[in-house]
Write a protein that binds this ligand. Structure first.
Ligand SMILES: *Cc1c(COP(=O)(O)O)cnc(C)c1O
Length: 356
């Protein structure tokens, strides 16, 4: 398929790197492609960024048949642009799509389209340390129909947003709040898919956590409300004794690209990594016995997010002395160094954006 390109007549003024924040600025162009059963995916095009026109009955607005991805493009010191493990994100997009009854995408073709779009928008990749261009591929159901079934037509799009450093004031631990009243996902549900409804379902508990002075929610399993699953929209790790423990992928946990990278890096350092069920009671017991050394989240936005405090059933514990642990700091620095091209990429994780 040929990707057609229509350039914007006027270009936007770029914000200062220091004013970026997360997710408020968008670049000049986007990628669009449509699906119908007769033609399959068709009409791939790069065009000016702009609103989608939709019938009010459009299925995605009613039943949430929507999936997305999140990855970043980084600028190296020498000015090259590169992606971190984009093929894993595109593979996961198809995994999510499968669960939401959506037609499969050709991952190689989408990577080619993304590289084309990024090449056009390369000036939008900010350069200041810790900044990046966030990439949001999305698929939505587009049938104008309010009966309940899966849609026959879809729109796939990619939008780009320059984002600031996640820790502008330094690498800082977060306070997290364990809820036993709400769950993010359930056994047999769609927790392993990056689908809109999972995030809508997480808002209320997050608001309660925020009101109580905590940044993020720690989610327990939806069946027994006993085992730790994730924190906010990140995967979670516990350094207990000399073992790094993370909940095993049980179909309600999202399989993070950062999670997988953390596991590989830790193993390469000779650390024992265990993927298994871990109950919140075990975490508290390890804290009491002095074996709980570090807790941190992992995800594309923050890379590594150290946890300073946890509150569960009204009891708050402080991890270590409440400051950033050395293990989390090393992971953060090593991952960032790979992403920004400061160290050798011995895992073949980096895909450069060629200028053509
Ligand atoms: C996106 C996401 C993650 C992190 O995945 P990465 O690929 O590491 O960015 C973890 N949990 C949830 C619920 C997510 O949506």
């Amino acid at each position: 398929m040929e990707i057609t390109i229509k350039k914007a007549d006027t270009l936007k003024k770029h914000p200062e790197d220091s004013a970026l924040g997360f997710g408020t600025f968008f670049t000049d162009h986007m990628f669009n492609m449509d699906y119908n059963p007769e033609e399959g995916w068709h009409n791939p095009r790069i065009e000016p960024y702009g609103p989608l026109e939709m019938d009010p009955s459009t299925m995605v607005l009613h039943y949430g048949q929507a999936i997305f991805e999140g990855l970043k493009a980084y600028k190296t010191e020498s000015g090259e642009i590169q992606l971190f493990r984009p093929k894993d994100n595109l593979k996961r997009l198809n995994t999510s799509g499968h669960m939401l009854c959506m037609p499969e995408l050709d991952e190689e073709f989408i990577l080619e389209a993304l590289l084309k779009l990024l090449n056009i928008e390369r000036d939008w990749v900010p350069a200041e340390s810790g900044t990046s261009l966030y990439i949001r591929p999305t698929i939505i159901a587009t049938d104008p129909y309010i009966g309940l079934r899966s849609s026959h037509t879809y729109r796939f799009f990619i939008i780009l947003s320059p984002v600031g450093a996640y820790y502008p004031e330094g690498f800082d631990p977060v306070k997290i709040w364990v809820t036993t009243d709400y769950v993010r996902a359930v056994r047999g549900g769609v927790g392993q898919a990056k689908t809109a409804g999972n995030y809508a379902a997480s808002l209320y508990a997050t608001e309660l956590a925020n009101k109580d002075g905590y940044t993020q929610v720690m989610w327990l399993d939806g069946v027994e409300l006993k085992y730790v699953e994730e924190v906010g929209s990140m995967n979670i790790f516990f350094l207990i004794g000399d073992e790094l423990i993370t909940p095993e992928l049980n179909r309600s946990i999202l399989s993070g690209v950062t999670r997988n990278s953390v596991i590989k890096l830790a193993k390469s350092w000779g650390v024992t990594v265990v993927e298994r069920k871990i109950s919140i009671d075990e975490v508290y017991a390890a804290h009491s016995s002095g074996e709980l050394k570090e807790v941190f989240g992992s995800g594309t936005a923050a890379v590594i997010s150290p946890v300073g405090n946890i509150k569960y059933n009204g009891k708050e514990i402080t991890i270590g002395d409440g400051s950033v642990g050395s293990f989390a700091a090393k992971l953060f620095n090593d991952l960032m160094d790979i992403q920004y091209g400061k160290t050798e990429d011995s895992y073949n994780w980096i895909v450069p954006v060629p200028s053509v």
